[in-house]
Design a protein around this ligand. Structure first.
Ligand code: NDP
Length: 358
């Protein structure tokens, strides 16, 4: 049965094309023009508004993702990830035209149909329009996975204690999770917040916009010397987004009984290391001697806490206590480049792909 909607009959989609080992390039993506889907009972047609490009997607480009909660992308199949869109046509009594939706499995397409009823239906969540007003990408950033990761990482694994004068170091500090994690650590009681990131502009952003006490440019500074200077009382909490040599330097400066929030290890995502990668022998010995905890943190394990945590994030953001920055690329066609750029450090704050307006 044909559905009738006043839309063009072709839409753009991005497919996962081929893989050069351990290299993420725009050549790994392929554009296709597809016929506009027609919907049947129990389905909806959505228009994509914004997409998220995330480091975990790099692991989905490997034949094995190294984790049990995500599957590898199949060659020549459409890419999916975090996304937000609006319903343009509905044949479900549970969904109405004009409603804003988000999903963790949003396809990289201008339009898509979703089955929203029955056994094979996709998990899509309605977004409170009051919550995001004209800024729907908030749901992919401060009011989405990055915000949840930062707040739950700090509160569930950081052992931050108000009044304890703790020092936190955040790596990947100018990115989506890191920029929020440093601010949240301060709000929860850390008195010395130090960020590590890859450019001088990012360092300025952390200090001037987000009120970090200090920032280290790991591409130019002597990280060990700067940590010594900026963390005179050692390090109590480490929010680790990157792993590798940066983390080795931080761990060497960590205090006895301190805590690593093992959020991500982006410096290793282009290698075939299992996740989480073990520390090198010397650093592992230091970790053991200092009794530093290093448990894997996975935000999806805290699903039950999402509503409460999102309410807290919303309040902090709306009261102006939590600043949120985006780097936005325009158009579906920019998504591959946005992904490659984010992996190489081209973003400040959350990298968003703006596809269309509601
Ligand atoms: P970001 O916005 O931080 O973007 C990635 C950043 O990583 C880049 O901007 C770049 O910044 C930095 N980077 C890239 N390569 C390297 C490298 N070799 N060494 C050091 N830094 C590097 O991404 P997200 O905030 O979305 O993700 C941050 C981390 O959090 C990732 O490891 C991700 O996998 C993880 N994560 C974990 C979750 C969980 O549940 N545990 C949930 C969500 C994310 P720079 O210029 O500073 O190099």
């Amino acid at each position: 049965r044909e559905s009738s909607h006043p839309l063009s009959h072709i839409y753009q989609a991005i497919y996962w094309h081929y893989r050069e080992d351990n290299v993420t390039s725009v050549q790994c993506f392929q554009f296709k023009e597809c016929p506009m889907p027609t919907i049947e009972d129990g389905q909806i047609l959505v228009k994509t508004l914004c997409l998220s490009v995330d480091p975990y997607m790099r692991n989905r480009l490997n034949q094995q993702t190294g984790t049990d909660y995500m599957s590898p992308l199949k060659l020549d199949s459409p890419i999916d990830g975090g996304g937000v869109g609006v319903i343009v046509e509905s044949k479900s009594r549970h969904f109405c035209k004009g409603e804003i939706l988000e999903s963790f499995h949003w396809p990289w397409q201008e339009y898509a149909k979703y089955a929203v009823e029955g056994f094979n239906s996709l998990i899509v969540n309605k977004v409170e329009s009051e919550l995001v007003k004209n800024h729907v990408s908030l749901i992919l950033g401060v009011l989405g996975i990055p915000g949840l990761t930062a707040l739950l990482g700090i509160s569930e694994m950081g052992h931050v204690v108000e009044g304890a004068n703790q020092t936190i170091v955040v790596s990947g500090a100018a990115g989506a999770c890191g920029s929020l994690a440093g601010q949240i650590a301060r709000l929860k009681g850390c008195t010395n917040v130090v960020g590590i990131c890859g450019t001088a502009d990012k360092c300025n952003f952390l200090k001037e916009e987000l009120n970090f006490d200090n920032a280290i440019n790991y591409k130019e500074d002597d990280v060990d010397a700067k940590l010594e200077e900026f963390c005179p009382n050692g390090i109590d909490v480490y929010f680790d987004n990157v792993g590798g040599n940066i983390s080795n330097s931080v761990i060497r400066k960590m205090n006895k009984d301190s805590h690593i929030i093992l959020c991500g290890q982006i410096s290793m995502y282009n290698t075939s290391q299992p996740y989480p990668p073990p520390l090198d022998e010397e650093t592992e010995q230091i970790r053991e001697a200092q009794n530093i905890t290093r448990e894997r943190f996975l935000v999806l394990n805290y699903y039950d806490l999402f509503p409460k945590t999102l309410a807290e994030l919303k309040e902090l953001y709306q009261e102006g206590k939590l600043k949120y920055q985006e780097t936005v690329s325009e158009g579906l066609e920019s998504a591959p480049e946005a992904f490659v750029s984010m992996m190489a450090g081209g973003n400040i704050g959350k990298q968003i792909v703006h596809v269309a307006d509601p």
